[in-house]
Write a protein that binds this ligand. Structure first.
Ligand SMILES: [Zn+2]
Length: 430
């Protein structure tokens, strides 16, 4: 199957960050040509008046929590956690599947083609991702047994999940690690060994709140990232989410070890856990940084376009420096830089021949995107309202969204089911 996306404004995100007017040819699940393709494809998609861009990569989420959208807002963190934990405890695997499908639909409609997830029941989430047709880097959460409702030892559950989901096209199983506050050193090292054995990586929460960091320091005499460096846990290719409360030495430890950071500005701001992640310093130290939305109960959206905008605005406001995080860098953190953070820089993140065909087509002839030109398109993608104008989304050479309709599942039938499941869950935990 070949598809020619014809005559769009292509934001390639190649190393030259070229923006060009032209075509993108897809053959099978890969991009075959960019520019002017002379081909007789099976299908032509007219992209006149459209922007063609690489699919966005969400580096940190808990997709199944979409069912818990807006359940605990404008309350202190402790109340937020009480509410979400109470709901989490009541949820069935069916709820997890419905939440994950809902989250995948939202991502497909807002330009995300790949997401990094951390949760339990990742086998259920894998099914949702495959049905909707998104790429999922799915980490079954590992933590100490005494802190979890999981049946059996979490690290064994994670191992079983990885073994059962190897060699799939859309699913890449990874090791989720909840965080140092619920993981002994032994658990941490077991997670690391599992990742190494299975040739995958660990994804974990790190230094999200000041409270968490100082409590840890009181107990252990070290800050979390320092401790992880000391015990030899930090590994090349791992991905740490949040990283709000890091010292410059901790940033250097992460960068030296080759650990990427999933920066989640909206979640951090909304939970008011204080402080702003030292992103300029991370970039200065050449740490890899991608953007993440975090789960829907703390965001309450999985829209990566909003994440790019909030990232830029947060650091501009915080540093009194309008140049501190330009639109181009925000787009990089949601595409090429994110791809590098998950070890997929050769496959994902840009529109270049040979890469996987994960592509978004937006109608830029609508009011919120006019005027769009080669000169302002990147700024429009980051600062204007692009998610409303998304028309098509292709993952692995297949349409997930086509002409604004979900092509893979019956969305109209599904959404009332999600609404009912969410209402039932709210009732059950009142
Ligand atoms: Zn999280």
């Amino acid at each position: 199957m070949s598809i020619l996306i014809k005559g769009g404004l292509v934001v390639t995100q190649n190393w030259k960050r070229e923006v060009l007017k032209g075509d993108v040819l897809i053959e099978g699940n890969r991009i075959a040509a960019v520019g002017h393709a002379k081909a007789k494809p099976d299908e032509v998609v007219d992209a006149t008046g459209c922007v063609v861009m690489p699919g966005l990569i969400n580096c940190h989420t808990h997709v199944a929590m979409s069912l818990m959208r807006s359940v605990a807002d404008d309350v202190p963190l402790e109340k937020f956690l009480d509410r979400t934990f109470a709901m989490d405890a009541k949820r069935t695997p069916e709820d997890v599947g419905i939440g994950a499908t809902l989250g995948c639909l939202e991502m497909a409609r807002t330009g995300t083609t790949t997401f990094v997830d951390m949760y339990y029941d990742e086998d259920v989430i894998a099914k949702s991702a495959e049905q909707v047709g998104l790429r999922g880097y799915l980490g079954w959460t590992v933590l100490d047994e005494k802190f979890t409702t999981q049946k059996g030892k979490p690290v064994n559950n994670c191992e079983n999940f990885i073994r059962a989901h190897k060699d799939r096209e859309l699913i890449k199983p990874i090791v989720g690690v909840q965080g140092v506050y619920v993981c002994s050193d032994e658990t941490l090292m077991e997670a690391k060994e599992l990742a190494q054995k299975e040739k995958t990586f660990c994804h974990y929460h790190l230094s999200e709140t000041r409270f968490e960091v100082y409590e840890y320091q009181k107990q252990k005499g070290k800050r979390p990232a320092e401790h992880l460096a000391d015990i030899g846990f930090l590994s090349k290719g791992d991905l740490a989410a949040h990283c709000v409360w890091l010292t410059i030495n901790e940033i250097r430890e992460l960068a030296k070890a080759g650990v990427g950071v999933a920066h989640c500005p909206t979640s951090n701001m909304k939970l008011a856990s204080g402080g702003v992640a030292p992103l300029p310093e991370m970039l200065n130290e050449n740490a890899g940084v991608g953007l993440g939305t975090d789960g829907c109960s703390s965001n309450n959206s999985l829209d990566m376009f909003l994440e790019m905008k909030f990232a830029s605005l947060l650091h501009k406001a915080h540093r009194w420096d309008a140049a501190v995080l330009p639109a181009q860098k925000c787009l990089d953190m949601a595409t090429v830089d994110a791809a590098k953070c998950i070890g997929a820089e050769k496959e994902l993140g840009s529109i270049e021949p040979g890469k996987k065909a994960d592509i978004v087509v937006l109608d830029s002839s609508v009011a919120p995107m006019v005027p769009t030109t080669p000169g302002n398109v990147v700024a429009n993608l980051v600062y204007a309202s692009p998610s409303h104008s998304i028309r098509d989304l292709i993952v692995d050479g297949k349409f997930v969204l086509r002409g604004r309709r979900i092509a893979t599942i019956d969305e109209e039938k599904f959404l009332p089911k999600a609404q009912a499941a969410a209402e039932k869950l709210v009732q059950a935990t009142k």
